[in-house]
Design a protein around this ligand. Sequence first.
Ligand code: EPU
Length: 339
Amino acid sequence: MRDEFDYPVSNTFGIKAKAAHFVEYGVVDELRAVVRREACGAEVLHVGAGSNLLFLSDFDGLVLHSAIRGIDVEECGGETVKLRVGAGVVWDALVAHCVAHGWHGLENLSLIPGEVGAAAVQNIGAYGAEAKDVITAVETVDLRTGAVRVFDVAECGYAYRKSVFKTDLRGRYAVTHVRMTLSRRFSPDLEYGGVRDALRLAGVEPERVTPQQLRDAIISIRQAKLPDPKVQGNAGSFFMNPVVERSVYERICDEFPAVPHYEAGEGNVKIPAGWLIEQCGWKGRALGPAAVHDKQALVLVNLGGATGQDILRLCEAVRSDVRERFGIELCPEVNMIGK
Ligand code: EPU
């Protein structure tokens, strides 16, 4: 177990921020002991790899991080394999491991930064797949009492980039393990725009794609559009794609008949935030040391030395222009910490 005070919290935005107290635990009982010891005191923040966090200030409480590892096969037979994965496993290491073992369903989620616990909180998604499609249960510890609680997938309240752990029960439970069921039969999902093109570009016939080729194609799409946090600080998509009433979409269509969109159920339509931001002229534009990425306007980047407040200023400027131009409210996907 690691127990430090005044500790710099790592985050992919590259923002300097300190936690008054930082604990990294390796097993569930260590976490339960820390919770019992600290329960009546400090504010608690549980972090993963810091790939979806924006620190607006230092954090004057206890930051917890899971180093619970392990990808355990609970059952393997017939068409499926059931896994139990530690919350501290790096998400993309899990995807690579599963592809190598012939366990399928995660290929389209390749190269998403972060760890397995946070993936289950965030319901990460990309190229037509979401974590909730494979998750069957989430094991947690109650951060107020130290009690273990297992949520079956229905109790997790999953929706687009959402779960009960981000909404009603925010901050209450720490994920320790995620149970998932993958398929031993490969049935690739190539429907998302650009996936087939990326395969053809790599000389792969989509009808004959292998799991590793699909993973490689997803990685190449991401690398072409999304900045590498090791090179330029960022947290992936900064905003969620807004879901709007059809009348709002139709109003935009009058001016831009080719506006990209996806059906979102109940007569609603999802419009890519990146497209809205680009129409407002923000793509590639900077505001001080913060900028809108020049290849994907949904991503805000740290040009070097930005503070959380610099990123927030850019976020608000972009939101304000999108609101004024389209009457649509963009909601940040990134979790903001501090004041
Ligand atoms: N678009 C623009 N301008 C831009 C960016 C996008 O016009 O600057 C248009 C594209 O041309 C396309 C549409 O918007 O027609 C959608 O773009 P893209 O396929 O890049 O996906 P996205 O909706 O912008 C979402 C996820 C990404 C995920 C991709 C692929 C959210 C908030 N983001 O982005 O997730 O990788 O789809 O599935 O849903 C993340 O969460 O960090 C993330 C990167």
